[in-house]
Design a protein around this ligand. Sequence first.
Ligand code: ZN
Length: 151
Amino acid sequence: MADERRSALMRTHSGLHVLCGVVFRDYGCLVTGGNMDPLSARMDFNLPEVPPGFKEAVEHACNAEIAADRRIDVRVLPRTEAFAIPDIVRTATNLVPESVQDVRIVDIVGLDTQADGGTHVASTKQIGRIEVAKVESKGRGFRRLRIRVAD
Ligand SMILES: [Zn+2]
């Protein structure tokens, strides 16, 4: 069903924001890539070393942010104002073209603020539950996290 798929994608995409926010906050890593299907996704980070217990710690922290039921707000700011926010671009490469004058900001209030164009659920509890299925090493400083989103 189209609505079901859309809702699953919104939850998964919002879950990736939580993952991105947690990994940036706790490990200082930027995103180098990602992809998603309904209820499963991967996100790549520039993480030089994988600390012991990383997978469990990330999963626990993500679900704590979901349990906190943080509001997910969207607003549009003029480019200069948007880029005055620290760490507003969370990808290793700034993907916002120079020509873009109005930047859409997605704010998981209290966790993560970034420039983004996707659709999201209204608060983190609506994501459900995040399972970090796998942490893969794909090369020097290149880690791939695979997640599943469950009810
Ligand atoms: Zn988004």
